[in-house]
Design a protein around this ligand. Structure first.
Ligand code: PMV
Length: 320
């Protein structure tokens, strides 16, 4: 009744920002992402038929804030009459700071819990369960470049290119390690009900997905860069025009974006993307990686730079 799993976070290029159904947590549109390899979340789940409550330890300390979400995820997966869970999570990067920690955390949690409970489930079912807790977590079950499709009732997820097929690099400029003030779920719901741009954001997603899919199929970096930066700026425009506004950027976020624009002007194959947090992710071809790393490390306000390739989907670990 004990199992371990590991999952890597993923960074979206065509973003998920909006829910079709807030109860089932179904995304309003599809999305497309890169699964990373350097960052990870390892999750141990132990199930015991004893009285008492679930417990959650994150990076060595008891965590009561995230316990509710973890318990609801386990209820959905195993039923509310399930055994009590002792959950231990370790990540090698800051959590809840816009580094997609919920994607790796919920993917690893669902993978480990289903094994601990000996639940027979295929990858797509696990991805759907994880997606019901964190939309982006569904994408962390697959390697490389991943597309999530959404219809009225459910999601479908698959890898459209492996890490070796197109070995992109992601250089992350960490500008603030503290947790963000507004969580993505709350912010998405606010955007849907208050931003005058929300409707057109949703309507234009299919076209961005088509362009990004085509760029991946043809290994067309320029085309992927154009659609990804545009998609990112549209999502942040929806956030900024929500009431009250959702602004995740800080001064160093803008500095890092400018560094990437300068590197691009000098001819390097690189573009930026930013999620629900102040960190800037530069996506580049391997030959540009060292220069992008050096440029971001020298940018005012950047606290740390993390370099990653594309990684594998969530998987079980042996220690179980
Ligand atoms: O999976 P959530 O609920 O943490 O939402 C993720 C939202 C973004 O990171 C901003 C976009 C995305 O597609 O990952």
């Amino acid at each position: 009744m004990r199992a371990h799993a590991v999952a890597q976070p993923n960074i979206a290029l065509v973003k998920y920002w909006g829910k079709r159904d807030t109860v089932e947590n179904l995304p309003a549109t599809g999305s497309l992402s890169l699964t990373l390899d350097t960052l990870w979340t390892k999750m141990a789940v132990e199930l015991q038929e004893t009285a008492g409550a679930d417990t959650l330890t994150v990076n060595g300390s008891e965590n009561k804030e995230m316990l509710g979400r973890v318990s609801s995820c386990l209820d959905r997966l195993l039923g509310s009459r399930r055994a009590k869970a002792t959950v231990t999570s370790d990540s090698n990067f800051p959590i809840a700071a816009g580094l997609a920690s919920s994607s790796s955390a919920f993917a690893a949690l669902v993978m480990a819990a289903s094994k601990a409970a000996e639940l027979p489930a295929d990858t797509l079912s696990l991805a759907r369960w994880a997606g019901a807790s964190s939309g982006s977590a569904a994408r962390s079950f697959h390697e490389g470049i991943v597309e999530l499709r959404a219809d009225d009732h459910r999601i479908d997820v698959r890898s459209i290119a492996g890490a070796e097929d197109w070995p992109l690099r992601v250089v992350i400029a960490v500008t603030e390690a503290a947790p963000k003030a507004v969580g993505s779920s709350v912010a998405m719901i606010r955007s849907a009900s208050t931003s005058p741009f929300y409707r057109s954001w949703i309507e234009l997603q299919d076209e961005d997905l088509r362009l990004a899919r085509e760029a991946v199929r043809n290994r067309d970096f320029e085309k992927l860069a154009t659609v990804s930066e545009h998609n990112c700026l549209k999502m942040h425009s929806v956030m900024w025009t929500s009431r009250p506004p959702v602004v995740y950027w800080n001064e160093a976020t803008l500095n890092a974006m400018e560094t990437i624009r300068e590197l691009k002007r000098s001819g390097l194959p690189v573009f930026f993307t930013i999620d629900a947090g102040p960190q800037v992710k530069a996506v580049c071809l391997p030959a540009a990686c060292d220069e992008v790393n050096a440029g971001l490390a020298a940018t005012r306000g950047v606290k740390e730079v993390i370099v990653s390739g594309l990684g594998r989907g969530a998987r079980l670990l042996d220690q179980g």
